[in-house]
Ligand binder design. Structure first.
Ligand SMILES: Nc1ncnc2c1ncn2[C@@H]1O[C@H](COP(=O)(O)OP(=O)(O)OP(=O)(O)O)[C@@H](O)[C@H]1O
Ligand SMILES: [Mg+2]
Length: 257
């Protein structure tokens, strides 16, 4: 049983006079076995939240805490976060020139587990997961993210999650750029991980499309750098029907006051 706890998190980007506060007191708790959806309009700070938890150097934590099972995540290096069981799939995954998918995955698994996975079972695991994600085996020999299509990047992210078996998975815009078939395949990958139990999922999206495949236990509405409303999966349907207008208006009034 694991718990990711985010308390009153404040984050800025930029330096000196250009520093801008993006996260303005985020509170969120994710337990293993739970799936939480974070939904909010463009620019509300959703990716900033994911990057901050990941330890991206561009973001400065100015207040608050993030803990995983009581351990201070913000004090950990990026590698330590991965070893602690955090997995972050990003909206704009980076290219890793000259490194094949196959080598990248094995290096990542070695870093996370502290020892190299046994070659024979590893090769089979990779092959099985790629097949389940309907990926061409030749994909394993391509360089990471080099010329990947949007759908290929997402499949690659989910492949990483499947093989690394994290305690907490943060998936940012997992539905962006996916056609209907890819959305189903990617969602099934996430759902297989959920079915194996013990993983907590934080799913960041601004559409409800993916939530038809990955049913969240909780939905949080994110506006102006904080959580402004929470509910069950019925809240996602309400957002689809009504949009974020009411929340955005409230948030501006609060900011002025
Ligand atoms: N490095 C940066 N420098 C300047 N501004 C930034 C930086 N990173 C984020 N921002 C600003 O922070 C705000 C929140 O951005 P963020 O990417 O977190 O939003 P989002 O909720 O993920 O939006 P989307 O739904 O479009 O993905 C935006 O106004 C963005 O321009
Ligand atoms: Mg984003």
């Amino acid at each position: 049983m694991s718990v990711l706890e985010i308390r009153d998190l404040h984050v800025t980007v930029g330096e000196g006079d250009d520093a801008k506060e993006i996260l303005r007191g985020v509170d969120l708790t994710v337990r293993s076995g739970e799936t939480h959806a974070i939904m909010g309009p463009n620019g509300s700070g959703k990716s900033t939240l994911a990057y901050s938890i990941a330890g991206h150097p561009k973001y400065t934590i100015t207040g608050g805490t993030v803990t995983l099972d009581g351990e201070d995540v913000l004090a950990m290096s990026v590698d330590e976060r991965a070893r602690a069981g955090l997995f972050l799939a990003m909206q704009y995954p980076v290219e890793v020139p000259g490194v094949s998918v196959s080598n990248f995955l094995r290096t990542a698994a070695t870093a996370v587990k502290g020892e190299a996975p046994k070659l024979r079972t590893w090769v089979k695991d990779v092959r099985d997961e790629m097949s389940a994600l309907e990926m061409d085996p030749a994909f394993a020999e391509r360089n990471v993210n080099e010329g990947f299509s949007g759908g290929e990047k997402k499949r690659h992210e989910i492949l990483q999650m499947r093989l690394l078996k994290p305690k907490m998975a943060i998936l940012d815009e997992t539905d962006s750029g996916l056609d209907v078939d890819a959305l189903r395949v990617v969602s099934e990958g996430v759902n297989r991980t959920r079915a194996e139990g013990e993983v907590g999922v934080l799913l960041i999206t601004h559409y409800t499309r993916i939530l038809r495949y990955i049913q969240p236990d909780f939905v949080h509405v994110f506006v102006g750098g904080r959580v402004v409303d929470e509910g069950g999966k019925e809240l996602a349907d309400k957002l689809e029907a009504e949009g974020y207008a009411a929340y955005v208006k409230d948030s501006k009034e609060t900011a002025k006051a």
